[in-house]
Design a protein around this ligand. Structure first.
Ligand code: UDP
Length: 340
C-alpha cells in the first residue's frame, strides 16, 4: 500500500510513519514544513519525504493523492492557546486547506483517514462521548476557542456527506489527549502555547510555576501515543472494510485525571528522576484564572471521556498503557532529549 501523510513531521504523523515502516511493507509519502522529528525514518527507502507547505505545494499533493491508496491529511493547528490567539489561521489551515485535500480525494476516489477531534464534542454533558449519539456542544461566537471545534465538525460533516453519497470512502478518528515523546516542541511551551502535558514539563525544566487554569479541576483522559497509533494502524488495515465510513474515538477512558492531579503526578516523577533528584528547587503549582492565562476568548471543557466501544468492536483494539506509565515515558523522553 502507498500512504500519503500530510503533516508527517507532526506528533501523530511522525509516530505513525515510524510504526508503518517498522511493522508493514507499505510505502509512505510525506510532506511537512520540517523534518526534525522524523529521525531514522528519513533513512528508510520506503519513506519519501518532501519539505513543503500544503498551502503552496498543491501540484505535489494532487499528484500524490492520485498515486496513493490512502490519504491522511494531518496538517492542523491543534493547541487551544492558538485557537484564541489566531482563530483565522485556525480556520484557514484546519478548514480551507484541508477541504482542498478532501476535494482531491473525492476527485480521485481515494480513501481518506481524517483526524477529527475529541474537541468536536465540546461541552457535551454525556459521561462518555459516543461517536454516533452524543450531541456536539459549543459556546457563543465571542468565545473564539470553539472555532477549532466548529471547523473540524463542519469538515466531519462534509466528509460524511461525500461518503454517504458514494463519492468518498472515509474513516474519521477522534484522538483524546494523546501524549508521548515529542508531543509539542519545548519552544512552543516556552511561549506558553503548547498542550498541557508539554507545558507542565517545560515549566518543570525551566523552574517556572505550573499554572492550574481555574484551579485545575477539569478532567481529561490521557492516551499514550503507542496505543493510539496501534488503533490507527488497524484503521489503515481496514480488515473486512470494518472502518468504512465510520467515526471512531481513540482514547483511554481508564486514564482519566484532573489537570491538578496531572500537575502533581508530573512534578513527583520529575523530582524522582536521577538528573533532578538534587535540584533542591522545583516549580510551585499555582492557580490562574482562565482569562489571565488564555484571554477572554477562552472557555474550558470540564470533562472529556471517550466511549471506546466502537473501537473495541470494529478494530478489536483497546488501550493497554496506564496513566502513570504514559506520563513517565513522556516526561523521560523530554528529559532525555533536553538533557542536563
Ligand atoms: N491547562 C492548564 N495549565 C496550562 C495549560 C493547560 O491548567 O498551563 C488546562 C487547560 O485549561 C485545559 C487542560 O489543561 O483544561 C488541557 O489543555 P490542553 O491545552 O492540553 O488542551 P485540551 O485538552 O483542552 O484540548
Amino acid at each position: 500500500m502507498k500512504i500519503l501523510i500530510l503533516g508527517v513531521n507532526g506528533f501523530i504523523g511522525h509516530h505513525l510513519t515510524q510504526r508503518i515502516l517498522d511493522e508493514t511493507d507499505w510505502t509512505v509519502f510525506g510532506m511537512d514544513l520540517s523534518d526534525d522529528r522524523l529521525g531514522k525514518s528519513l533513512q528508510n527507502p520506503r519513506f519519501h519525504f518532501i519539505e513543503g507547505d500544503i498551502a503552496i505545494n498543491r501540484e505535489w499533493i494532487e499528484y500524490h493523492v492520485k498515486k496513493c491508496d490512502i490519504i491522511l491529511p494531518l496538517v492542523a493547528i491543534a493547541t487551544p492557546k492558538l485557537y484564541v490567539e489566531d482563530p483565522i489561521a485556525v480556520y484557514n489551515l484546519d478548514f480551507e486547506m484541508n477541504l482542498n485535500v478532501i476535494n482531491q480525494c473525492v476527485k480521485y476516489h481515494k480513501r481518506v483517514v481524517f483526524p477529527s477531534t475529541s474537541e468536536v464534542y465540546g461541552a457535551c454533558p454525556d459521561p462518555e462521548f459516543k461517536e454516533d449519539e452524543s450531541y456536539l456542544v459549543v459556546g457563543p461566537i465571542q468565545k473564539e476557542r470553539w472555532i477549532y471545534s466548529c471547523c473540524k465538525q463542519l469538515l466531519d460533516r462534509v466528509i460524511y456527506a461525500y461518503g454517504t453519497r458514494g463519492h468518498l470512502e472515509f474513516t474519521l478518528f477522534r484522538p483524546f489527549n494523546w501524549v508521548g515523546p515529542r508531543l509539542d516542541s519545548l519552544y512552543a511551551a516556552k511561549e506558553g502555547s503548547s498542550r498541557v502535558v508539554t507545558q507542565f514539563i517545560a515549566e518543570l525544566l525551566m523552574k517556572r510555576p505550573i499554572s492550574l487554569v481555574d484551579g485545575g479541576s477539569q478532567m481529561r483522559c490521557f492516551t499514550y501515543v503507542d496505543d493510539g497509533i496501534a488503533a490507527l494502524l488497524r484503521i489503515l488495515e481496514n480488515r473486512n472494510d470494518a472502518c468504512k465510513n465510520q467515526i471512531i474515538n481513540i482514547g483511554n477512558p481508564d486514564n482519566e485525571c484532573s489537570v491538578r492531579e496531572l500537575a502533581f503526578m508530573l512534578k513527583k516523577l520529575f523530582m524522582a528522576h536521577p538528573d533532578h533528584l538534587q535540584d533542591g528547587f522545583y516549580s510551585e503549582i499555582i492557580e490562574v484564572p482562565a482569562q489571565t492565562y488564555y484571554g477572554k476568548g477562552y472557555q474550558d471543557i470540564y470533562t472529556r471521556k471517550p466511549s471506546i466501544e466502537k473501537a473495541r468492536i470494529l478494530l478489536g483494539w483497546s488501550p493497554v498503557i496506564g496513566l502513570d506509565d504514559s506520563l513517565r515515558m513522556t516526561l523521560y523522553s523530554f528529559l532525555e532529549e533536553n538533557g542536563p
